[in-house]
Design a protein around this ligand. Sequence first.
Ligand code: NI
Length: 194
Amino acid sequence: LLKIVQYPHPTLRWKSKPLRRVDAELHKIIREMFDAMYEARGVGLAANQVDLPYRLFIVNLTADPAETDQEQVFLNPVLSKPKGQVESEEGCLSLPGLYAEVMRPERITLNAYNLAGQELSADLDGLFARVVQHETDHLDGVLFIDRLSPTKRLATKEVLGEFEAVFDDRRRLGELPDDAAVAARLEELERLRC
Ligand code: NI
């Protein structure tokens, strides 16, 4: 089963290339991404959070696995026409337990493809706009902590240090591959579908 990787796993800093190939295996991966997201009680999940280099993310704003008609998959998303600025609290399944206020555009236009290969365009606001911006950031290797004001960033320093210590320990125990091995695997997967 797919596992959600935690900060500072290097895949979270991977800049994903657009997908060119959607196959049955990718459909299966996306189904598993939904399962992993629901288990963690999230409303959005980007592919690099499950250690995959694909430019896609999933959303279900209800976080309820029974609400399957609210499940959305966005491939190769492009954001444009940001309007307004609003600050709101964010968290991330790759930084469990950490929450902070992040300033972002209030409204945004999203262009993307769905799994059927249909192009879609939507003007978004509210929670949907925020989730889509947070997830698109992931695909560029950007985390919400990168968007905090210097003061708020400072307030997260201790918690981030704890995540880093856990990660270093797991690496020392051989539970996690080194950076070169992570990159080699992602590049191989990219060659297959991007
Ligand atoms: Ni996140």
